[in-house]
Ligand binder design. Structure first.
Ligand code: AMP
Length: 428
């Protein structure tokens, strides 16, 4: 099956072919015809499945097929709103919108926090058909009266589960009140908690349901390996493996922002250039680090889980879990950064005695045990005693200093409310 048989216009098919895609992925095969028909959608799909094109292509088709009904203050109104949990994902989705829509006359923009409002305000004053945004900054613009969402025809909630994990539910509900009642809604989520089901039930109107195989849970193209090692020797082992195996583009995950910064310094001592991205870095620093890493001029990028969400690098060859995540699903997300769309990848985890329980949880989720290799010279001390992993350090790794990670999901709204900054001062 080719893209043209899905009902997409020639201009869109041409852009897809330019990009080098020949066949639609399973989510694209199912989502594109449904969205073209104007249906609501509930899609279970993780990043790596091709979901972005799954919603972007039919949205472009629908908007270009039928022009806006009337003008808003002399210009066409915003007709599609795509909400994402992180800045990086927002930027990538908008890049896809531009790329897939390059033969059309539709326009798009992205707005997220961490950068000045004024350039965004300027952008919002000119024609804008498709807006990609993170919820907090979007609401900042709403409050300033610099945005009008009352003519949105198609809404997308991308990675809805992540948005809820990061505490965006109230922001999302607020955004929903600003949209016209009559609209098309597309909800993408990797997992379906009760909270997501409640959100979907209130949002979607007789949706087409799609569940694509979570290719990340059976990452056939990713060679996974565990290196048992002592806690204090992880850094030396990482430097050794990078040099021994000649890894030139490695994404390394740490559990904490502090751990990420420390590792970058230590790698520099081993003459391995590295930069960190996490919630405490300015948006400019994050964008710069990611760009250097993508183009291949930075050997190692160290990231926390939330900062890395949505990083889309074609053929990323190596992912390293310097520390195992506290939530098994995050392991799957992490290694989903490699072995994408047919490319082979390698995911290695440096595991010390403190993390044996976490490893068991991951293997249970994957329904398989992972191969282990002890590197000569880095044999773990068989008498080493486990130390507790600091749960508290996990908090606040995301865009916002108060963002809870998946494992520290808020239990009650009161708990969340207490640590929540006001709308105006929100840091994302
Ligand atoms: P996504 O799940 O949207 O993050 O996409 C994952 C990766 O797959 C991205 O690098 C896309 O560029 C790529 N991709 C999307 N659709 C296709 C396709 N039909 N064929 C090959 N690669 C694709």
């Amino acid at each position: 099956m080719s893209f043209s048989t899905l009902g997409l216009s020639d201009e869109i098919v041409r852009a897809v072919v330019d990009r080098g895609y020949t066949d639609p992925t399973p989510i694209q095969k199912q989502a594109i015809p449904a969205v073209l028909l104007g249906r609501d959608l509930l899609a279970g799909a993780q990043t790596g499945t091709g979901k972005t094109a799954g919603f972007t292509l039919p949205i472009l088709h629908r908007l270009s097929e039928k022009g806006p009904s009337g003008l808003d203050r002399g210009r066409p109104p915003i007709r599609s709103l795509i909400l994402t949990p992180t800045r990086e994902l927002a930027a990538q989705v908008e890049e896809s919108v531009r790329d897939y829509g390059k033969h059309l006359s539709l326009t798009s923009a992205v707005i997220f926090g961490g950068v000045s409002m004024s350039s965004q305000v300027r952008r919002l004053k000119s024609r804008l058909d498709i807006l990609v945004a993170t919820p907090g900054r979007l609401l900042d613009h709403v409050q300033q009266g610099t945005i009008d969402l009352s003519r949105v025809e198609i809404l997308v909630l991308d990675e809805a589960d992540r948005m809820l994990d990061m505490g965006f539910i109230r922001d999302i509900r607020r955004v929903l009140t600003l949209l016209p009642k009559q609209r098309q809604n597309l909800l993408f989520s990797a997992t379906f908690s009760e909270e997501i089901k409640t959100l979907a039930a209130g949002l979607l109107n007789n949706p087409v349901m799609i569940q694509v195989e979570n290719r990340n849970t059976t990452p056939d193209l990713v060679a996974q390996k565990i290196y048992p090692v002592d806690r204090e020797r992880k850094r030396a082992l990482l430097a050794y493996l990078i040099k021994r195996d000649g890894w030139n583009q490695v994404l390394v995950f740490t559990r904490t922002k502090h751990g990420a910064d420390r590792l970058v310094k230590q790698l520099a001592q081993d003459q391995i250039p590295a930069l960190a991205i996490h919630g405490n870095k300015s948006q400019a620093a994050r964008t710069r680090a990611l760009a250097k890493f993508k183009e291949g001029s930075l050997r190692v990028l160290v990231a926390t889980d939330i900062a890395a969400r949505g990083i889309d690098i074609t053929d990323l060859p190596h992912v390293v879990n310097f520390e195992l995540p506290n939530v098994p699903e995050d392991y799957v997300h992490r290694i989903g950064r490699t072995g994408r769309a047919g490319a082979e990848g390698q995911a290695v985890s440096l595991v010390c005695v403190d993390e044996h329980k976490l490893l068991t949880g991951i293997e249970k989720l994957l329904k398989r045990s992972l191969p282990q290799e002890v590197v000569t010279g880095f044999e773990p001390d068989p008498h080493a005693q486990p130390e507790p992993i600091q749960n508290g350090q996990q908090r606040g790794q995301g865009n916002r200093s108060t963002a809870p990670s998946a494992s520290s999901r808020p239990k009650s709204s009161a708990q969340m409310g207490s640590s929540r900054p006001s709308l105006r001062s929100r840091p994302h």
